[in-house]
Design a protein around this ligand. Structure first.
Ligand code: MOS
Length: 696
């Protein structure tokens, strides 16, 4: 195990280093990098869900003043084939989903490009499409693995037989909706060719991920592609994997004689081709003794993928680790539809995957006549039931007990529909969170001592609004044993040492580990009194503990729900979460991350839902007016706390990751509280007024 880092700067409530630049508008986002003589791209999207483009008539578009070029499947330059079907933009006449990019206009102004795109006429040969998601489809299939490389199914004992004879049983089907990521900054790419070198200013969660994808599509050596993203206005997963728009921008820029092409995806377009979360259907069976101890757990998941490219969300994976039982099963089956490719969104797997089991546990508590907190305490496993490994640390019990104390859980009436106050049914609920500690020993970092006696740390990480620049500066300062003011972290540029994507809540773990390794090498090679120009680079070492220990962050979430007795309208006046996430590097940005996650969970519980019109195959509520995301007015009181967890095995910093765990379990806590308020069990998200107006 690598030596733990002594915390000095870590733990300090440091303000976000780029805060001033952001609030004064001087922090450049992708669109804002100054480039000379830019041109503007506006795409044309398929208006059929399946078929073939037979003709593109661009005469009216090209006749407009200021239109430079119109790219179509019939005239677009070639790209590599067979690497990634999603990125093969304009490479064939096939239409795989409605909203697909089928043409693009490049013009002197954004307005001209948009107007011209409207004038492009596309003819199609339409084929029947199928976008109907259901667990009853006969063509459901088992993928080879689920994201990223988990086994599709797991099986132990005989869960059906054990369930059949269990003293207490819960069997139910739970569904989560289709969701679109909707970071505040739309996906944006500025592409500039200089001979055979390509520069992309891109709104991305991973500059090296984009570089690899684009270099692959254009069959370029990666050294000829540079991706720059110093500031990113959120990603929520949808900027973690490259999508077709950025390839399209680079493709169009091959036709502008060196002039940059700027492409900012509109909010409406973000509902078509930059990823989303699959809807999920989970059939859960929990069997337990009369004392509530689980004997059988099964979780059978059905979800969507695109027919033209597979993505399998790992929805059943958290159930494998959360609770133990002698008989267990998880399965994943996919419906391949004529839709865009689902991909990562805000805790893929864990987020939808903890809704079903954590509501089912609430139902089991009711069936056993147990308090839901007590039921969970009773089912704490000794080891990770999935891997059989001991947990590096599992402080769920502390989260539950501390959360119950802070929330005032002991004042809760044991039975539902017990409190009617001023015309509102009032109830409270609890659910658990977990999120894995993901690490891959591939990130590198450099440390250079500058003339101004500042240590410049370079790593191709990204700060997507999380505060990673600030946290990494604190880690670097501790690793070099200097003050944070003596360190400058440079990130967001593929010219810097290779880094993993800002995803899987793993940035601080992976990048921090690389920085610690580089700093220690710097001290070993250059000493404590270095000369300007001294430099060292290192890759994050593999952590041997990962094969001996199961590493996860945990949390407990408590919700208070009010339901209008006359209208069924649900409100969540209070959310309170307590998390065990290892060392918190920066309490200010960490609290913000956890609160943000919990607010997203509230949003999932009550508001978010992409509505697919099956007749046409597109999302109809494709803007923020009709796809509601929780606002401050919805999130009245959101409190996030953490316990003082010390886990030296995860990495030298002792960090576990905080980006996504806040969203995991929140929706279950809200649904459980809605049940406690009204006696009505809602198993389908979002929890809306119509569901709460039925008889309990
Ligand atoms: Mo995050 S949804 O793992 O990019």
């Amino acid at each position: 195990m690598t030596e733990p880092l002594r915390p000095r700067a870590m733990g300090a409530d440091l303000e976000r280093l780029e805060a001033h630049a952001k609030v004064t508008g001087t922090a450049p986002y992708a669109w804002e990098h100054p480039v000379s003589e830019p041109t503007y791209l506006h795409p044309v999207q398929a208006t059929v869900a399946r078929g073939r483009v037979t003709d593109v008539d661009a005469r009216a578009a090209t006749a407009l003043d200021g239109v430079l070029t119109v790219l179509t499947p019939f005239n677009a330059p070639g790209l590599a084939r067979g690497r990634d079907a999603e990125l093969e933009v304009l490479q064939s006449d096939e239409v795989a989903f409605r909203g697909q990019l089928v043409a693009a206009v490049v013009a002197e102004t954004p307005e001209t490009a948009r107007q011209a795109a409207d004038l492009v006429r596309v003819d199609y040969e339409t084929r029947p499409h199928d976008v109907t998601f259901s667990a009853d489809r006969e063509d459901l299939y088992a993928p080879e693995v689920v994201n990223p490389d988990h086994p599709t199914d797991t099986h132990e004992g005989d869960p059906d037989a054990a369930f059949a004879v269990a003293e207490r049983a819960v069997e139910a089907t739970y569904t989560t909706a289709r969701y679109h990521n909707n970071p505040l900054e739309p996906h944006t790419t500025v592409a500039v060719w200089d001979d055979d070198r390509l520069t992309l200013y891109d709104s991305t969660q991973g500059v090296h991920t984009v570089r690899a994808a684009v270099a692959g599509m254009f069959e370029l050596d990666p050294s000829r592609v540079r991706v720059i993203a110093p500031h990113v206005g959120g990603g929520f997963g949808s900027k973690g994997t490259p999508h077709a728009h950025l390839v399209l921008a680079a493709l169009a820029a091959t036709r502008t004689r060196g002039r940059p092409v700027k492409f900012a995806v509109t909010r409406q377009q973000m509902f078509a081709f930059v990823g989303y979360r699959t809807p999920t259907i989970q059939r859960m069976r929990l069997g337990a003794g009369a004392d509530g101890r689980l004997v059988s757990i099964s979780d059978d998941v059905v979800e969507t993928t695109a027919r033209f490219k597979e993505f399998a969300e790992q929805t059943g994976v958290p159930t494998r680790t959360m609770y133990a039982a002698g008989h267990r099963r998880t399965t994943h089956r996919l419906a391949a539809l004529d839709v865009g490719v689902p991909s990562w969104m805000r805790a893929p797997g864990e987020c939808p995957g903890m809704f079903a089991p954590e509501v089912a546990m609430d139902e089991l508590a009711e069936a056993c006549g147990l308090d839901p907190v007590a039921l969970r305490l009773r089912n704490e496993p000794e080891r990770d039931p999935d891997s059989g490994l001991p947990f590096s640390s599992r402080n769920l019990v502390a989260c539950l007990t501390e959360g119950a104390r802070r929330f005032g859980w002991d004042r809760r009436p044991p039975l539902p529909r017990a409190t009617l106050r001023d015309g509102w049914w009032v109830g409270t609920g609890v659910a658990c969170s977990l999120y894995p500690v993901l690490q891959r020993p591939v990130s590198s970092a450099s440390v250079r001592f500058r003339d101004d006696r500042c240590y410049e740390v370079g790593i191709g990480a990204t700060d997507i609004g999380t505060g990673s620049r600030t946290a990494l500066t604190q880690i670097a300062a501790d690793a070099l044993e200097v003050a944070v003011t003596d360190v400058e972290v440079r990130l967001g540029d593929s010219a810097l040492p290779t880094a993993t994507v800002a995803g899987g809540s793993s940035g601080t773990t992976n990048w921090g580990s690389a920085i610690v390794a580089a700093a220690r090498r710097f001290r070993a090679e250059c000493g404590r009194d270095p000369r300007p120009g001294d430099e060292a680079t290192s890759t994050m070492p593999a952590n041997p503990e990962t094969s001996r220990l199961s590493m996860h962050a945990f949390g407990a979430q408590f919700a208070e729900v009010w339901v209008d007795a006359a209208t069924g309208e649900p409100r969540v006046p209070r959310l309170l979460g307590v998390f065990a996430v290892g060392r918190v590097v920066n309490p200010r940005t960490a609290r913000s991350q956890l609160m943000g996650g919990m607010t997203m969970g509230l949003s999932m519980a009550l508001h978010e839902q992409s509505v697919l019109d099956e007749r046409f195959g597109h999302v109809v509520n494709h803007d923020l007016a009709e796809y509601h995301i929780s606002t401050c007015a919805d999130a009245a009181s959101v409190e996030a706390y953490w316990i003082d967890e010390h886990d030296p095995t995860v990495n030298p910093m002792g960090t576990k990751g905080i980006g996504e765990i806040g969203i995991v379990g929140t929706a279950a806590a809200v649904a459980n509280a809605a049940h406690h308020a009204t006696g009505i069990r809602v198993r389908d998200l979002p929890v809306t007024a119509d569901a709460l107006l039925t008889d309990p």
